[in-house]
Design a protein around this ligand. Structure first.
Ligand code: ARG
Length: 298
């Protein structure tokens, strides 16, 4: 941290014992002031709701992914990828009625695995879920198992999803989108929580995008951060095992865009370590090409 940065830190940072806490409080101030400006203009809008949620859940301060909380927004693109006996092992997202985006390292197999759409509470039998078989799995041809470079795969559903209020596709960021570090985004999943158990209810947490430079500082000596990766977190919450393949989404003017795919991080899901996500903008061309070329085969 430079002197200039120290000077701009709010007074309460002097009392906080860790830099992480300080960062969390700084972020909260930013959300608060953004929310206040917003309130004057557009009460009750989607963006207002997003900011309320960020204030409530940021950094896992009040919510209990690790240090996230039960999701209370609708994330209609979130899917659970399960073994045939119904055991969840990875997340994914619906990107159009026929295709699921997930992580290559989830090693999804067309014959054995299935996709569950419209799920929120894994323990409930009353949800109008859609269970789909997988017709085809296409792993990125340059996926590298050793360093998780290009950790992306596409799953073609054996029959199209029915689009409802509970099941609908997410927008992907364009190839040219660059999300500035510090932007607050959200990741969701049924992965491990702080209590170790896989949760019943879909969890969510708000976390900041971390610059590649800062992320390399953390990971540089042990793992490489490539162009196909984007980092987020390190501010009190983390995605964890079982969240892989799921989304990192950022809102822009009340519309959510998928920016990342949960890929890797510390084994223990340390909440002060940046997590690594596949960078959707970098992989977008491959996603579009793959989806359109396979469409023309049918
Ligand atoms: N690789 C993990 C999975 O397969 C997800 C990693 C998420 N983040 C972390 N800090 N471990 O589900």
């Amino acid at each position: 941290m430079t002197n200039a940065n120290i000077l701009t830190l709010p007074l309460y940072c002097m009392h906080r014992n860790t830099f992480m806490n300080c960062k969390i409080h700084q972020m909260q101030d930013r959300i608060k002031s953004r929310r206040e400006t917003q309130q004057k203009h557009q009460k009750g809008t989607r963006l207002q709701h997003v900011l309320d949620h960020q204030l409530f859940c940021f950094g896992g301060l009040r919510c209990r992914i690790v240090n996230g909380g039960n999701s209370f927004s609708a994330w209609p693109w979130q899917v659970s990828i399960q073994r045939s006996e119904g055991v969840h092992f990875c997340g994914g997202t619906l990107i159009n009625k026929n295709w699921i985006l997930t992580a290559a390292h989830c090693s999804v197999q067309a014959g054995y695995h299935q996709v569950v759409l419209g799920e929120h509470d894994r323990g409930s039998n009353d949800e109008a879920v859609q269970i789909k078989k997988i017709a085809k799995v296409i792993v990125h041809p340059r996926f590298n198992k050793k360093n998780f470079n290009n950790d992306v795969a596409l799953l073609r559903l054996s029959s199209p999803a029915q689009i409802t209020s509970r099941v609908s596709p997410v927008n992907l960021v364009s190839s040219s989108t660059n999300i500035p570090s510090g932007t607050l985004c959200v990741t969701t999943g049924w992965g491990r929580t702080a209590t170790g158990q896989g949760p019943r209810i879909l969890q969510e947490t708000t976390l900041p995008i971390v610059s590649t430079a800062e992320c390399k500082q953390y990971w540089g000596l042990t793992r490489s951060i490539t162009d196909s990766m984007i980092c987020a977190g390190g501010s009190g919450s983390s995605s964890c095992q079982g969240d892989s393949g799921g989304p990192l989404v950022c809102d822009s003017k009340g519309v959510w865009y998928q920016v990342g795919i949960v890929s890797w991080g510390t084994k223990e899901c340390l909440v002060n370590a940046p997590g690594v996500y596949s960078r959707v903008s970098f992989l977008r061309q491959w996603i579009d090409d793959t989806v359109s070329s396979v469409y023309t085969l049918h």
